[in-house]
Write a protein that binds this ligand. Structure first.
Ligand code: UD1
Length: 372
């Protein structure tokens, strides 16, 4: 049995890690890993492969940066001959980045079965490239692995045959649970001067921002940064800056200086273990990322999502996430309320237990043909 999986951007890497591990344990299963090269900086790509023990990709397509359409087109063009030559029994994709949708199209062009891990999530907001990627991928998938019940409901509503939908839990949470203990050895809190005299974490918050809708318009970005900095001016607010956001901050002349930044501390993107440690001990997280909404839910850390919608409603119903949108007054009020409140009770969505990847691989191993 040969499974070819394709990854391209940072959030894919923590999802493929436990799947690659689980596949390694199946006798007779050959796993081929292809990296599209959408993320190419070591801080967004190579560092994650090393820290999470992901096998070195068998091939890197070197697609690089570009628009949504250009990245999909380039990946499709470069992946098609690879699939034609490898003839896997299954193409496996995770998440919702451009690599995910492009690989789904390439698999469909060659009539290869496709599995989508994290199927069925919907923000119902077509201005997000990820929403288009999710819908295209699910439309073409043979096996649809949902991370939360809303995924199953959305797929059923869209008419997907129920036998092809599997609620398996969340592979990104597999990775989190596996690495939480190792992350406790990270020196990131000491390095950032976030420990008190007794070496205990001081109160601090974490901010991440990278969605085009939040960072591509100077007025929106400026308003968001001002609101976040105004929540608690004395509170250190650690802000690992995504390359897209750094580019925009520089282009708009918005890089806050020490006087205007409040507690904001801009950093380069962090590795997986350092970032996990930072999230784990934070008093409050503000983000527009999908994955961080899920990670804070499992860690029990209050999360304010700076978006009008989420494709991950289980983080609202079961977790610590709150949608606060982009209105400064609402962000400031929600931030202050979260800081004043006791830590929320800890609950997790069903099956976010560290075993999602094993379930997925068991389902596939049962259904895929074995080669003579
Ligand atoms: C992509 C995903 C997004 C995910 C995010 C995590 C899509 C549609 N979006 O967005 O869902 O949350 O990754 O990071 O696939 N750049 C670098 N170095 C790199 C890669 C990118 O400097 O290694 C810069 C480039 O200037 C590029 C910009 O970052 O133009 C944006 O990168 P891009 O690959 O377009 O998508 P992300 O915004 O990272």
């Amino acid at each position: 049995m040969k499974i070819l999986s394709v990854v391209g951007a940072r959030p894919n890497f923590m999802k493929i890690a436990p799947l690659a591990d689980a596949m390694r344990g199946v006798p007779g299963l050959e796993h081929v890993l292809v990296h599209t090269g959408q993320h190419y900086d070591d801080s967004l790509s190579g560092a994650f492969f090393r820290e999470l023990g992901i096998p070195t990709p068998d091939l890197n397509l070197g697609v690089g940066s570009g628009s949504h359409a250009a990245q999909i087109a380039e990946t499709l063009k470069r992946l098609e001959p690879v699939l034609a030559q490898a003839r896997p029994d299954l193409v496996l994709v995770v998440g919702d980045v451009n690599a995910t949708a492009a690989s789904a199209l390439a698999a469909a062009a060659l009539r290869l079965p496709l599995a989508h891990v994290e199927a069925g999530l919907r923000s119902f907001d077509d201005s997000m490239p990820e929403e288009i990627n999710r819908r295209v991928t699910d439309l073409l998938a043979t096996y649809l692995f949902a991370s939360e019940p809303s995924g199953v409901e959305n797929l059923r509503r869209e008419g997907v045959c129920p036998e092809r939908i599997f609620l398996v839990g969340n592979v990104m949470i597999d990775t989190l649970l596996r690495h939480r203990r190792a992350a406790a050895d990270s020196t990131v809190l000491a390095d950032l001067d976030l420990l008190d005299e007794r070496r205990q974490p001081r109160a601090y918050a974490v901010l991440t921002l990278h969605r085009p809708g939040n960072v591509d318009d100077p007025a929106v970005l400026q308003r968001l940064l001002a609101a976040v900095a105004a929540i608690a001016p004395g509170l250190p607010m650690v802000f690992p800056v995504h390359p897209r956001t750094r580019e925009r901050l520089q282009a708009f002349g918005l890089v806050p200086g020490p006087a205007s930044a409040g507690g904001l501390r801009l950093l380069a993107p962090l590795g997986y273990l350092d970032f996990l440690r930072l999230l784990d001990q934070a008093r409050l997280v503000l983000t527009d990322s999908g994955g961080i909404q899920e990670e804070t839910t499992v860690l029990g850390v209050p999360c304010l999502t700076l978006r009008e919608n989420t494709e991950r409603p289980a983080t609202l119903t079961h977790g610590t996430n709150q949608l606060v949108g982009l209105d400064p007054a609402r962000i400031i009020a929600a931030g202050r309320a979260a800081l004043a409140a006791p830590r929320p009770p800890h609950r997790c969505p069903p099956l976010w237990d560290g075993h999602a990847a094993e379930r997925i691989v068991a389902i596939l191993a049962e259904r895929l043909p074995t080669r003579a």
